[in-house]
Each structure stands twice: as C-alpha cells, then as structure tokens.
Design a protein around this ligand. Structure first.
Ligand code: MF3
Ligand code: CO
Length: 266
C-alpha cells in the first residue's frame, strides 16, 4: 500500500516553534493581565474610556504595545462592546457603565513582534439569568473549540466543535442562541489577523490540517436573538440587528503534542 501524495491538498495551519510559542505566550499573558485589570475596574459610573486607559497602561507597563491602537485607524487599545454591541465597540468617555450591563472587552498586545488576542465578557454587578447564560454559553463554545485544537484535526473540526458547544449550551440553558454570521476567528502570529479565517460553525473535516505549533484565535460571538448584525456610522461598532444582547469570548490557542495550549492565560 502506498500513499498518494498530491491527490488532495495537505495544507497545514502555519506552525510556530516551541520558542515562538513561548514568545507569543509572553504577549498573551500581558493581554490576560490587561483584561483582568479591566474586569476589576469595571463598576457603575466607570467609562469605557477609563477601561481603555487601564488596559493601555498594563500593556505598556509590561513592555508591550497595544495591537489594536492604529490598526486600520482604530483609535483605542481595547474594543468595549456593551449590551447589544457585539464586537469593535469604541471606548468613549461618555459611555458610563451601569448595573446589569453586559460588557465584552477585546484586547491585543505585541511583545517582540508576536501577538496575543483575547476577549472576555462580564457583568457590571449581577447579570440577569438570561445574560449570564449567554456569556456562559459563549465561553463554553470557545472551550469546545479549544478542545478540538489537537494534531490531525482540520480547521473546520474546530468550527464544528464550537458550533456543537453552542448547541449543547442551548440544551443546558434551555434557550436558543444566535451564532453571529460573518465574523469568526483567525490565524495569528507576527500579525494579529492572518489566514486562515475560522468560522464559528460548519461541517467537520475540511480545510488545512492542525499540527503541533499551529495557532488560532478562537472567538465565538453569540446573541440572544438574530445572527444578523449592523455596523454603526462610526464604521467600527457591530451591533445586533434586532437589539438583543451579545457576548464574545476569545483565546489565542496553540496545538501541541500535549494538547491545546492557551497562549492568552495569566
Ligand atoms: N481583536 C479583534 C479580533 O478578535 C479585532 C480587533 S480590530 C481593532 O479579531 F481594530 F479593533 F483592533
Ligand atoms: Co481575534
């Protein structure tokens, strides 16, 4: 029996060396620290601009550079997406947090040329149960995708795992969630956004293969209603088309022989 190389494509999601993964984890830890500081500081009356300043200070204080600032003209170091904002909300001094707000914060940093990219969702004080379920379902979808980051899986196996995570959460929380259409995860390394694009749903078994050192940013976005979104006149802020709330969780994750390695951990 011989193999028949070339009959089908054997593309691999780009691989980083062990040393390069360690370098990415340094950038990732800085992102995690910035997100933790933002989460700590979030309280009624605090503005999303205040949160942006905190994140920027943590990143620069740790010797990093905020990757979002200036990216295609983006004016801040975090995206702060409150309530019906899905992603890419621009921090502003006039936007003050209120009790019960559902806040998604996305943050990226560069250290020694390597990128980390991560997002969390939290409540300002207690969340009502449906919003807590939305955030938990989104986080669990991300974790399902992370678990699929193993050698030999293909790109769409990760997408499929994320979708199965969402469907399992629908059963667990006894309600439907919308998987935001048109947005997904991505390759990451010396640039924030690299090929391949990673959909948050889809059939398994397609796309490039995952091998040790392959890195993806895994970032499900779920809503309490529609999958459709609208971009506001600021040309950044993505909101749900029906005004329902949305959540966003993201980690930068590497495939290793020993299993998935989260590079944006503290
Ligand atoms: N980090 C976001 C993502 O998860 C992208 C932010 S775009 C920016 O892919 F312009 F706001 F930086
Ligand atoms: Co990302």
């Amino acid at each position: 029996m011989v193999s028949l190389p070339g009959l089908r494509s054997r593309k691999v999601v780009p691989q980083r060396s062990a040393g390069e993964l360690d370098a990415m984890a340094v950038a990732g830890a800085l992102v995690a620290a910035a997100l933790a500081a933002v989460n700590q500081a979030a309280a009624p009356g605090v503005s999303t601009k205040d949160l942006d300043e905190i994140a920027e200070a943590v990143i620069r204080g740790g010797g990093g550079t905020p990757s979002f600032l200036g990216y295609h003209g983006y004016p801040a170091s975090i995206c702060s997406s409150v309530n019906d904002r899905v992603v890419h909300g621009i921090p502003s001094a006039g936007e003050k947090l209120a009790p019960g707000d559902l806040v998604s914060i996305d943050c990226g940093a560069i250290v020694d040329g390597w990128h980390g990219d991560s997002a969390i969702t939290f409540g300002v004080g207690a969340l009502i149960p449906v919003d807590a379920a939305l955030s938990a379902a989104t986080r669990e979808s991300m974790e399902a995708g992370i678990a699929a980051m193993i050698p030999g899986n293909r790109l769409s196996d990760v997408s499929h795992a994320i979708e199965l995570g969402t469907r399992a959460a629908e059963v667990r929380y006894d309600r439907k969630f919308g998987i935001v259409a048109g947005y997904g995860g991505h390759g990451i390394g010396r640039q924030m956004h690299m090929d391949p694009f990673l959909p948050n749903e889809g059939a398994p078994g397609r796309g490039p293969v995952l091998a040790p050192g392959s890195v993806l940013a895994i970032e499900p976005m779920l809503t309490l209603g529609t999958v459709k979104t609208v971009v506001l006149d600021d040309e950044w802020t993505v909101v749900t088309a029906d005004g329902t709330r949305a959540a966003h969780w993201e980690h930068t994750v590497a495939v290793t022989e020993d299993g998935p390695r989260i590079l944006t951990a503290l």
